[in-house]
Design a protein around this ligand. Structure first.
Ligand code: NAD
Ligand code: TYD
Length: 359
């Protein structure tokens, strides 16, 4: 088990993404002398602007090194791992819909990439601790109750399968090679800097432009929402105090139907429900994710931001940072959007069950 003294220098992979950049901003912002090297490939989802609050503060910037590179490239990874105390691996392809259309990159990063990181840790002169950031989606659809960490994993999308494979590799390195490693499984996360392809930021940014909001199927799927800063804090706690070989659920404790989320979002924005279009469902769509978070509560973590407050501040952030999200919706965005939603929006659903939010 580590303490903050032991982790003076972290390698944060995927640190220019949504949750990784929050982790970097928050850990450096505590000004406890920690240094961070970010390794990020800067895929369409990575954005160095997510680290601008660090760059703009000379004291924080002095403790950050940014390396653009691929976690699946041993030539990049091995020298970086030699000089650090812990690896926090956020790097992944993270969008379920893209994993349905183009799964290869999910496997390259989620399986080969994780393996390259683990090998680099195994052969390092001074082995670092390893934290794998995983997801509640490895449990698959949870019909009733709340999944405990020892429940069987049953991923149902290529994204979730790649994440499950990554976790299993980590476990194998703990058992076979005695690596010091922990796993976190976070629930659906939202907040500032969230790439606009995901439900909450997509619907906020579409609504701001009075564009249709493509709600999959009946919209009664349920997710457990977690504010990004709470997720980052949970990961840091597990890094510092989690027991090696253990997995920790990070449950937001805010289970909502998608329809309820969208209704709240529209109310806050002052936009009408008529923007919502019920469209063809996602294939293999998990109806419900739900985890039991007691193990992490016992370690000393609980969410500090309610869903209502978190959603309100997320909406405020998107309203105040229009240039950030317009830039994230540039480049390949239009091609992606057409491929993902063009036919769905043109067809709609034959029978829209209701004209209001319902539940
Ligand atoms: P994101 O897509 O916003 O960020 C991913 C980052 O990883 C990007 O900066 C990208 O450039 C980088 N990256 C991708 N492939 C890489 C590679 N091969 N080498 C180096 N960098 C690479 O994702 P996110 O939402 O911030 O998720 C971060 C992690 O948390 C992921 O592992 C994801 O599976 C996990 N997670 C996410 C959620 C969620 O709701 N967003 C919930 C639970 C767990
Ligand atoms: P998403 O943000 O993609 O996260 P995940 O699939 O990892 O849970 O989606 C959250 C929920 O919102 C999920 O049930 C799918 C649904 N959804 C829509 O209805 N329409 C959309 O356009 C998107 C992106 C998601």
């Amino acid at each position: 088990m580590g303490d903050s003294q032991a982790f003076g220098h972290l390698l944060v992979t995927g640190g220019a993404g949504f949750i990784g950049s929050c982790y970097v901003r928050d850990v450096l912002g505590r000004r406890d002398g920690t240094r961070i090297t970010v390794l990020d490939k800067l895929t369409y989802a990575g954005n160095e602007a997510n680290l601008a609050p660090v760059r703009d503060d000379p004291e924080l910037a002095a403790r950050l090194t940014f390396v653009r590179g691929d976690i699946a490239d041993p030539a990049v990874v091995r020298p970086l791992v030699e000089s650090i105390d812990a690896v926090v691996n956020f790097a992944a392809e993270s969008h379920v819909d893209r994993s349905i259309l183009d799964p290869e990159a999910f496997l390259a990063t989620g399986v080969i990439g994780v393996h390259v990181l683990l090998e680099a840790c195994r052969v390092a002169v001074r082995r670092p601790r390893f934290l794998q950031v995983s997801t509640d989606e490895v449990y698959g659809h949870v019909e009733a109750g709340h999944a405990l960490e020892d429940a069987p994993i049953a991923p149902r999308s290529p994204y979730a399968a790649a994440k499950a494979a990554g976790e299993l590799l980590v476990r194998s390195y703990v058992v076979t090679h005695g690596l010091d490693a922990v796993v976190t499984r976070g629930s659906n996360t939202y907040g500032p800097y969230h790439h606009p392809e995901k439900l909450i930021p997509l619907f906020i940014t579409n609504a701001l432009d009075d564009r249709p909001l493509p709600l999959y199927g009946d919209g009664l799927q349920r997710r457990d929402w977690l504010y990004v800063a709470d997720h980052a804090a949970a990961i840091d706690l597990v890094l510092r105090h989690g027991a090696s070989g253990e997995t920790y659920n990070v449950a937001g404790g805010a289970e909502r139907t998608n329809r309820a989320v969208v209704a709240l979002l529209l109310e806050r924005l002052g936009k009408p429900w008529s923007l919502v279009r019920q469209v063809e469902d996602r294939p293999g769509h998990d109806r419900r994710y739900a985890m039991d978070g007691a193990k992490l509560t016992a370690l000393g973590w609980r969410p500090s931001v309610s869903f209502e407050d978190g959603l309100a501040s997320t909406i405020d952030w998107f309203q105040a940072n229009e240039s950030w999200w317009r830039s994230a919706r540039s480049g390949d965005w239009d091609g992606w959007y057409e491929r993902q939603y063009g036919r769905r929006l043109a067809n709609g659903l034959a029978a829209a069950p209701s004209s209001g939010p319902g539940d």
